[in-house]
Write a protein that binds this ligand. Sequence first.
Ligand code: NDP
Length: 301
Amino acid sequence: MTARIIDGKDASARLKTAITAAVADLKAKHNVIPGLATVLVGEDPASQVYVRSKQKTATAAGMNSFQHDLPATTSQADLLALVKKLNADPAVNGILVQLPLPKHIDQNVIIQTIDPAKDVDGLHPESAGRLVAGSDGFVPCTPMGCLMLATDVEPNLAGKNAVVVGRSILVGKPVALLLLNENCTVTMAHSKTKDLPAVCKTADVLVAAVGRAEMIKGDWIKPGAIVIDVGINRIPTPEGKGRLVGDVAFQEAANIAGAITPVPGGVGPMTIACLMLNTLKAACRAHNVTDVAIPARLPKA
Ligand code: NDP
């Protein structure tokens, strides 16, 4: 194996340390404590784990965490009423509605009701529009994590060929826009792309956000490329527990790439840290604070 393994756990720990220091600074200078409201509808076990982890991370960073756990039978009207209440609450700087929502609730209606100034998940159309315009809005957390890991390996991505496989609004599209903002030459690939291996082979920076286990093979990778694997796929194992793998065939790719994220332990741990970063940003903006350092890149070890 020749590639540098990009350690997402270490990277997210570095980011959380910087955020914790900034939260303390914000409190000391302005007596402001960032507040993150989490809204969970129903009892999906995976969603429960994610939400608890977000709450715990917020508290550990010195933020206030406001928890709203609602039954799966909650009506769309009641959920909208809660979101509007949180929009109006000055102690709440960020609103995180855990997705997916139960089928009887229109996810888009809920997301569009969140005050864009509190849209720390970066999923509101205004946030998406700001990203397209290159103006300062909230960037979705997983794409932000991908960019931070890539720029930690190579701070200057200008002129690099970047290929993003996957074009979802959650991951692929925002990652491509972030790479474009870094002055990469960006190709977006998807299920209709012709000769995907050849397209991937042009990438100095390859981001895989597909959701297909180990689809991207070692010989699709350009020697020395930075490979960011967003995919989380569970594959069966003989003992029945299953095993998590990414969208990239890791062992093969690690013999050719210059740097690569593992799955698990790569992009995954960055997502929650980036949510904290957005919540800190939202609190600073709400109070017109400009003298607290908000990390734009991963702090060095
Ligand atoms: P989506 O299913 O929304 O999008 C998948 C994308 O992959 C689509 O654009 C699709 O193309 C493309 N695609 C599917 N099959 C192929 C193929 N054979 N060749 C090329 N492109 C293909 O997934 P998400 O973007 O939401 O998530 C992608 C992966 O990232 C998943 O494994 C998910 O679990 C993981 N993930 C991880 C996160 C984390 O680490 N925190 C957070 C979010 C997601 P088309 O548009 O043409 O259909």
